[in-house]
Design a protein around this ligand. Structure first.
Ligand SMILES: N[C@@H](CCC(=O)N[C@@H](CS)C(=O)NCC(=O)O)C(=O)O
Length: 226
């Protein structure tokens, strides 16, 4: 398998799943600042110009949720997702994944990248403030759940924990006030201590060094608070 990725992006979740699977894989670094995600070579892999994209023996798979469910089914012993035997139970797992990709991820983008989203000059602080408020609301139920149980699903660790850890990493790295979410903060520490998470960080660090050597290290622009 070949994973097209960039450090610190949501491709981290797929990279974690690959590490957890124990299956052999390679990575291809996509340098956003060089516009590589919009170059023909990568668009031939993912016409949407986004990471992650995973080349597999079954073809190219894009979208985190699709890749994660593919890997969970392909490598059932890795325990990426619980194998529930009832329809409603499987729907619930899918809902938790989609919550990360469809509800939370767009808010992360608005919070972290507000200046790149606003079409009007000077709108970034308002976009960021609205994203913060929505994140606080959405993360409230995650906080209450993690105050009661160690991992997001009752069966134990799953790749959904790595997804929430990535979300937490992105927003706290961009100045999100963590003080009202101690259970999520503790969950982040625990998820980050897993060997797969450590391997992913080392992998990303090598990628960051590559990008730095090419003068292509991406730093989101700072935003004034609304
Ligand atoms: N829904 C997609 C989102 C993928 C996505 O937005 N990836 C970002 C990095 S976190 C990206 O490649 N952005 C580049 C762009 O949109 O131009 C998924 O879950 O895989």
């Amino acid at each position: 398998m070949i994973l097209h990725f960039a450090p610190q992006t949501c491709a981290r979740v797929t990279l974690t799943a690959l590490e957890e699977s124990g299956a052999p894989f390679e990575t291809r670094l996509i340098a956003f600042l060089a516009g590589e995600h919009h170059k023909p070579d990568f668009l031939a892999i993912n016409p949407a110009g986004k990471v992650p994209a995973l080349e597999t023996v079954d073809g190219v798979i894009v979208q985190n949720v699709a890749i994660l469910t593919y890997l969970a089914e392909k490598f059932p012993d890795a325990g990426l997702l619980p194998q529930r035997d009832d329809i409603a139970g499987r729907a619930d797992v899918l809902a938790q994944l989609l919550r990360c990709s469809s509800d939370l991820h767009p808010l992360v983008t608005r919070f972290v990248m507000a200046p790149m989203i606003s079409t009007e000059p000077g709108q970034a602080p308002q976009i960021r403030a609205a994203a913060r408020e929505a994140l606080c609301f959405q993360l409230g139920s995650v906080e209450r759940l993690l105050a009661r149980q160690e991992w997001l699903l009752p069966e134990g660790w799953s790749i959904i924990d790595a997804y929430v850890a990535w979300i937490w990493f992105r927003i706290t790295g961009a100045g999100f006030d963590a003080s009202a979410f101690p259970a999520i903060a503790a969950h982040y520490d625990e998820a980050s201590a897993r060997p797969s998470a450590q391997a992913v960080l080392a992998h990303e660090e090598r990628a960051q060094q590559d990008l730095a050597a090419r003068g292509l290290q991406f730093r989101p622009p700072p935003v004034a608070e609304a």
